[in-house]
Design a protein around this ligand. Structure first.
Ligand SMILES: C[S@@+](CC[C@H](N)C(=O)[O-])C[C@H]1O[C@@H](n2cnc3c(N)ncnc32)[C@H](O)[C@@H]1O
Length: 301
């Protein structure tokens, strides 16, 4: 089991965590957001948190602001923060600009720990292109959210298919693609499970497969499933879609409470020949190490 943290962020920082919250800097703005796993004490005192933060997502405020139909969560409406802003990431030839915004779920459109997987995706695609200039790797990103991993794969030179069941998510991902001067990502608005089943039937194949499934899948036409029920099937279908080599696979899980050993057991059965790497992603701040979910990945060259 491995522990991975992103090491190339200059514009993102976890400053502190504790008492059910985290204090993070996203570019020019410091935010306070809920973090259910941070059940320890904060390192900095409450006054410092308040002084640093430009805004705070407070679950308790949900009721207070319920009269505002577009405010589902609890960002402080008195804050002078802009509606959206940008953050930059750079790592060995990879340069990314991503759009951030305060969403009603307390998200900002970015999971900073995923930078560990962005480096892996970029390095694999770039290395294949250098080794085989005739090969344009095909990458499939499932549950692709605001598209950071899609943009990374596209920037490295892959043909990218991005699948998500959220229209606003797809629009946001399109903006991220454009912000990076890229084009021609294939956008698919569909239940990811349904899409991969169809791709298997059609005999389509991919060189790279990325998936970050949520604990509960919700498709655009009423599909509902839990990760516990469907993860084995999803990984089995992924195995049928993946070229023998070169290929890579990246699976992340978060919030479902599953150990990385669960992902490894499932992947072991479907990819018996692969050199699997599994473990936890984390973010470091002061004295605390904040767990940010699991990864399982491999690359076959
Ligand atoms: C945790 S986010 C993925 C985060 C992303 N990998 C990243 O690092 O930026 C989960 C995404 O899955 C999408 N989703 C949920 N149910 C889905 C389904 N049945 N089919 C496809 N996408 C789904 C949501 O719209 C959301 O964008």
């Amino acid at each position: 089991m491995e522990l991975l943290q992103p090491t190339s962020w200059h514009e993102y920082e976890l400053l502190d965590s504790g008492a059910g919250e985290k204090l993070e800097r996203f570019g020019d703005y410091v935010l306070i957001r809920p973090e259910p796993q941070a059940i320890w004490q904060k390192s900095l005192d409450e006054r410092e948190w308040r002084q640093l933060a430009a805004n705070r997502f407070d679950r308790a405020q949900k009721d207070k602001y319920r009269f505002q139909s577009d405010v589902n969560g609890g960002w402080d409406p008195a804050s002078s923060m802009p509606e959206s802003w940008q953050i930059h990431y750079a790592h060995e030839g990879l340069k990314l600009t991503l759009r951030l915004a305060l969403t009603s779920f307390g998200h900002v459109g970015l999971f900073p720990e995923q930078a560990c997987n962005w480096n892996f995706i970029f390095e694999n695609v770039r290395a294949w292109r250098q080794a085989q200039p005739d090969l344009t790797p095909r990458v499939l990103n499932l549950f692709a959210y605001t598209g950071a991993a899609s943009v990374v794969a596209r920037a490295a030179g892959a043909d990218v298919t991005h699948v998500d069941a959220s229209r606003p998510g797809l629009n946001w991902a399109n903006q991220n693609m454009q912000l990076n001067g890229l084009s021609d990502i294939r956008w698919v608005y569909e239940d990811a499970l349904k899409f991969v089943k169809r791709e298997v039937k059609r005999g389509n194949r991919y060189h790279g497969l990325i998936m970050d499934p949520p604990p509960y899948g919700r498709g655009p036409t009423g599909e509902k499933w839990t990760l516990q029920e469907k993860l084995d099937e999803l990984v089995g279908l992924a195995a049928q879609l993946l070229h023998p080599r070169p290929s890579f696979f990246v699976l992340s899980t978060y919030a479902a409470g599953l150990s990385a050993l669960v992902s490894r057991n499932i992947a072991r059965a479907h990819f018996p020949d692969a050199d699997l790497h599994a473990g936890e992603l984390f973010l470091q701040a002061l004295t605390h190490v904040l767990p940010m979910g699991t990864f399982l990945r491999f690359s076959r060259t």
